[in-house]
Design a protein around this ligand. Structure first.
Ligand SMILES: Cc1cc2nc3c(=O)[nH]c(=O)nc-3n(C[C@H](O)[C@H](O)[C@H](O)COP(=O)(O)OP(=O)(O)OC[C@H]3O[C@@H](n4cnc5c(N)ncnc54)[C@H](O)[C@@H]3O)c2cc1C
Length: 459
């Protein structure tokens, strides 16, 4: 065992994992990006232990990879050979719920679902929500600035973080555990660690915003004939629900029918087939009043020819049935392999033209390519799954789609991050000056390139 590992072994409260003790779960996230074996897995139990690890790694010039719940989709948490993996799994737990301030203080390794449930038990909601809720950790959510289903109303993770504690590459602990919404006392340092995917520091604790739990929820699945009507519908529900619109998920027919035709137990509640489907939800404070408002608005939309068919959920079970179609994406891997998965954003005003360009360029260059499309739309986010079934086509499809994203001034990552997967495509969304400033920040905070090296930025 090397000198570094020996010192870590004596200074940490939990033994290092090495050799065959490193189980498969520490070796990869949900992406199919390359993996390597870490030299060891350290599992710190406190911020002080994270600091000890980084002080020693700094002394020995040892590179590390930080691991949260490893539900990431861009390979950021995948160890490369010769790195020390730092798993945050033992730093889990809720430290405080401050009802008066509507905040929760938690350790970074706490699973998102545990946070959601603890908030709900006190009559609050922590509104970050994504399919990987049971697996992902809040530290991973913060580091990737995760989006999810409720961005439209509550913003990305960045908007939900009030305070944060992080350990720098040299082991320095930066504690900004602020509880106030307003705090302009100079630089907002927590932003350095939100969405930077562990390249500038290791998030160890955080203060999160809580919101009062909604007392009403109305849901419907709608059918629409063409994209301009989706925009009309979005504007109408935003206006009519006066701030209570909580979900607006659009599914193109390719995606919707793939799920409802193939996935066992998922059935379309609409009789006919349509070009586009929208799952729309309102959350408010009075079920009876809100239901009336909701149904009146959708009734108008049908009369005005914006919506062609609609099913309003009359029970929680029906509502869950709508969401199963939207969340059915997690089942796609059973049916198709070798997919190129895109998590991109483009201005909604050009979204239709953008999709047309992808379709025509893909058909021209990769004739066998098929596309499944769905997205959060109101926040400009589209998810596109392209596939031919052949592994060798994936790179070509990435190249085609990302260059079109660049042409339409979109983002190569709306919410999943860059990791190692999109490193070579970042220039489509960021200028040389922006990339140079990112590199300057990285070099200032981590001059030896120890933290998550080769993720997000080349060094
Ligand atoms: C079924 C499914 C659905 C998903 N849906 C969504 C969605 O709707 N929206 C969305 O945004 N994402 C989604 N994701 C992607 C993923 O869940 C998110 O990116 C999540 O935030 C990752 O959290 P994690 O704890 O699993 O992080 P990991 O995968 O462990 O790590 C992700 C990155 O963050 C770094 N990191 C982790 N913890 C820390 C820490 N404490 N300090 C510093 N760096 C750290 C890692 O090094 C890595 O670079 C989904 C994934 C799956 C599998």
């Amino acid at each position: 065992m090397s000198q570094l590992l020996q010192q870590l072994q004596t200074r940490l409260s939990s033994p290092l994992l090495t050799g065959t003790d490193i189980s498969a779960r520490y070796q990869h996230d949900w992406s199919s990006e390359p993996v390597g074996m870490p030299i060891a897995v350290a599992r710190p139990g406190t911020t002080e232990e994270v600091s000890v690890i980084m002080k020693l790694c700094s002394q020995f010039g040892q590179q590390v990879v930080v691991q949260g719940g490893l539900s990431g989709l861009c390979g950021g948490g995948n160890p490369r050979g010769q790195e020390l993996a730092i798993s945050m799994e033992r730093m889990s737990g809720i430290e405080e719920i401050d009802s008066a301030s509507m905040t929760m203080t938690v350790k970074a390794g706490t699973p998102l679902q545990v946070i959601q449930e603890a908030a709900a038990a006190q009559g609050f909601v922590f509104p970050l929500d994504l399919g990987a809720r049971g697996t992902c950790n809040i530290g991973g959510n913060i580091s990737t600035n995760a989006g999810g289903n409720q961005v439209l109303r509550f913003g990305m993770t960045r908007n939900l973080v009030l305070g944060l504690e992080a350990v720098l590459a040299d082991g320095t602990v930066i504690s900004s555990m602020n509880k106030m919404l307003k705090n302009n006392a100079a630089y907002d340092l927590k932003q350095l660690f939100i969405g930077t995917e562990g390249t500038l520091g290791i998030v160890t604790r955080t203060v999160l915003r809580l919101f009062p739990k909604a007392l009403s929820r109305c849901s419907a699945l709608l059918a629409v004939t063409e994209f301009p009507k989706i925009i009309e519908l979005l504007h109408k529900v935003t206006r009519d629900f006066s701030g209570s619109l909580s979900a607006f998920e659009v599914m193109w027919h390719s995606y919707y029918h793939f799920i409802t035709d193939n996935v066992k137990g998922i059935i379309s509640p609409l009789g006919e087939r349509h070009p586009l489907y929208v799952l729309v939800e309102l959350e408010g404070g009075d079920q009876e009043r809100d239901q009336l408002l909701f149904e009146n608005c959708l009734g108008d939309a049908i009369e005005q020819g914006i919506v062609t068919d609609a099913v309003v959920a009359s029970s929680q079970r029906e509502r869950e049935g709508f969401w199963k179609i939207r969340d059915g994406v997690a089942e796609i891997g059973q049916f198709i392999r070798n997919t190129a998965n895109f998590d991109i954003s483009v201005p909604i005003s050009v979204m239709h033209e953008f999709l047309d360009s992808i379709e025509s360029e893909l058909v021209a260059k990769v004739p066998a390519a098929k596309m499944l499309v769905f997205g959060h739309i109101a926040d400009s986010n589209l998810h596109i799954i392209c596939y031919t079934g052949r592994r060798e086509d994936i790179k070509t499809m990435y190249g085609i789609v990302y260059s079109i994203v660049g042409r339409f001034h979109g983002s190569v990552s709306a919410e999943h991050g860059i990791g190692v997967q999109k490193l070579n495509y970042l220039h489509y969304s960021r200028s040389p000056a922006e990339l140079a400033l990112m590199q300057t920040l990285k070099e200032a905070l981590d001059p030896q390139g120890l933290l998550n090296s080769g993720r997000v930025l080349p060094k």
